[in-house]
Design a protein around this ligand. Sequence first.
Ligand code: FES
Length: 331
Amino acid sequence: MSNEIEAIKDPGLPAHVHRAADTDPVAEKRVERQVAILFAVSAIGTLLLIYSYIFVPQDLFIFVPVMGDQNAHQLGLGLGMAISLFFIGLGAIQWARTLMPDTEVIAHRHEFRSPDDEREDFVKTVKERAGTVGLGRRSLIKKSLGAALGLSALSPLLLLRDLGPVPAKELEKTSWKTGTRLVTDPGNRPILASDLEVGAVAQVLPAVAEGTERALSDIGKDAVLLIRLRPEDFQLTPEKYAMTHDGIIAFSKICSHMGCAVALYEQQTKHLLCPCHQSTFDVTRGAKVIFGPAARPLPQLDITVDSEGYLIARAPFSEPVGPSFWERNSQ
Ligand code: FES
C-alpha cells in the first residue's frame, strides 16, 4: 500500500460487507458468467445491426405489437445499436460491482503537484492494482469483452457507406467540352463576344439542349464568370493569354478555398472577391490569389468564338474546379 492510499481500519464507519464473489469461488464463477453473457448479448446486438443494414430491404415493413407497422430495416438498426451499447455498459457495471476489488480506502489529497517520488509511487501502485483487477486471469471476460468492443467498433464503419461514393473523380468533371457554347444564366441564350462591353461581368453555363433540365449539382460545378477587360490590362503568361478572347476571360465561379460562389467583382481594381472568407483574386493576373485563405487561382476556361461569333469553350477545364481538398494533384 502506498503512502497516499491506506486501507480503512477503524474510521468509525460500519464494518465492510464482503460480496459473495469475494468469499465464495462458486459465486465468483457465477457472476463471471453473468458478465460474459451481458457482453455476448451486446455482440448479438451488433450482429443484428450489421444484418439489418446489409440484408433487410429498406422498404420492408413488419407488424410489431403496440407499435404497429414498422420499417424492418430501421427497426433492426435501432434495436441492434441499442442492444449493443446497453449491454456492453451493463456488463461493465456488473463486472465492476461484483468482481473488481472493492477495498475501501482513504486517499489523502494534496492541493499541489506531488513530489516526484510520490508520483513514481503512484504509478507503481496503479500498475500493481491493474494486475489485481484480474483481466489476465479472467479469460472468459477478456474474450467476450474483446468481441463485444471489436464488433461495436465495426458499426460506425458501416455508416460510412451512407456518405455515398468517394467524390474525387466526379468533382473533377464538369459539363464543359470542346465547342460547348457559353449561355446566359438564367436564359440559356448563347452570347456573342460583342454582347460584352469592357468592364462587364456575367455568369454563364454550358449550353444544354432545349427543354433539358440541369441538375443542381451540375450548375454548381459548371458555373463560370465571364469578364471583359481591355486586352492590354492583362498580365498573363502566353498560355493563359491564349485562353482569353479579345479581352474576355472566363474563370470557374467556385472558390478554390471552400467552394463558395465567388460573386463580387470590383470593376475599379479588377478583383474578384469570395464573400465567405474574403479570398481575393486578381483578374488581370489570371485570378491569382492576392488575399485570403484560398491556396490557388480560380481555374481558367479556355474560350474562343465559333463561326457565328458566339463564345464557346475551346477545351474543358484543364484542372479540377472547386476547393483544393476535392483533389490532391493540383497545387
Ligand atoms: S470559400 Fe472562398 S474564401 Fe473561403
